[in-house]
Design a protein. Structure first.
Length: 353
């Protein structure tokens, strides 16, 4: 129904004209009248229903609410509270509800696609395998957003990555069955390749690593999928730490190494959260020379001084190793962009002071 711009008020209409212009039937108008939804404000001398401007506006509202999916009973309730249920509010609320439905349907579709990919080329999966996979997929959705899952190769390429993890896990089982310690070169070598595979499967994103590590810690479904236990994860983490310490041991004086070795593992636990912050700042375009950038540099210094101590000579000795040993960066999620950001932030911090 359109109103000429020159008309201030719509002229009253009889049921037939209103029904024609509204795209409904006269019977529908009579039904609305019987339900008390839309009673005409007047009658003609012959007794026919006569709809005035306010009635026509009410009909517009009724039709909008019906098109939004409300039942006539719900429409009647909504019409009783115009202030609370303005058309704009109703539209906004329904957009929100529809977006939630779309997200839910999209997540279900993603789960179904993952199920199809997981069992592609296989015979009919067993009920247990099917339910275990469903449990795992649901666990993923509790820790990662849909966009994050698209970047998580651990999730999107489960069949391909599972074969690679199978090889790493078999190697780990062999080492442990032979009584190999985390300090052994073979254990350290495995730990580095383990971390590099994990780095690859999390697309080098430390935030994805954090969430995946949290999921592995809390969700038995993921540990079952990988066929790995917590103590085995602890073995890998210890072997990875021993790998870093072995590099420092080759270059540092005994006293400096002894100080570092006692503290390095504890303080390096603070490194991943700092790396996530740097990543976020890079994504947001925040300058390393900014106040926030200098705060990151200050936090890095606190970590470094925690395991290096306050002696400038010892610090220089350790920094030399860090700068000249690229092996230290393997499996650490540290990329050139993050390193450049940190170096510029440190330079700005020194200049600021």
């Amino acid at each position: 129904m359109r109103q000429n711009k020159s008309d201030d008020i719509l002229k009253p209409m009889q049921a037939g004209e209103l029904a024609r212009r509204a795209g409904i039937t006269v019977r529908t108008l009579h039904h609305y009248d019987a339900l008390g939804l839309l009673k005409p404000s007047g009658r003609t001398e012959a007794g026919y229903r006569l709809y005035h401007a306010q009635d026509i506006a009410c009909l517009q509202r009724i039709q909008l609410l019906k098109n939004l999916g409300f039942t006539l009973a719900e429409v009647a309730s909504l019409l009783q509270d115009d202030a609370r249920h303005s058309i704009k509010t109703l539209v906004d609320d329904n957009i929100t509800a529809l977006n939630a439905q779309i997200d839910s349907a999209t997540r279900l579709r993603d789960h179904l696609q993952q199920l199809r990919n997981t069992f592609a080329g296989e015979a009919e999966p067993s009920t247990e395998a099917f339910l275990n996979t469903l449990e795992l997929l649901e666990a993923y959705s509790r820790y990662f957003s849909r966009d994050e899952l698209q970047d998580l190769r651990f999730y999107t390429r489960q069949r391909a990555t599972r074969a690679q993890w199978q090889l790493l896990r078999d190697e780990l089982n062999t080492l442990q069955s032979e009584g190999v310690k985390p300090t052994a070169p073979s254990a350290q070598n495995l730990a580095v390749r383990w971390m590099e595979q994990l780095e690859q499967d999390t697309t080098g994103n430390p935030e994805l690593l954090r969430k995946l590590s949290l999921m592995a810690e809390r969700e038995q479904a993921l540990r079952d999928y990988l066929s790995i236990e917590r103590e085995q994860l602890n073995f890998i983490q210890q072997a990875f730490l021993e790998h870093k310490l072995a590099i420092f041991r080759r270059h540092l004086s005994p006293s400096v190494y002894a100080y570092l070795a006692e503290r390095y593992g504890d303080y390096m636990k603070h490194w991943p959260p700092l790396l996530r912050r740097i990543n976020q700042m890079l994504e947001q375009g925040i300058s390393p020379e900014s106040e926030i950038g200098r705060e990151v540099a200050q936090d890095w210094l606190a970590i470094f001084q925690g395991y290096a101590g306050q002696d400038p000579k010892a610090q220089a000795e350790i920094r030399k190793v860090q700068m000249n040993e690229p092996e230290l960066r393997r499996g650490t999620w540290l990329r050139d962009a993050q390193l450049d950001f940190l170096q510029r932030a440190l330079a700005a911090l020194r200049q600021y002071h």
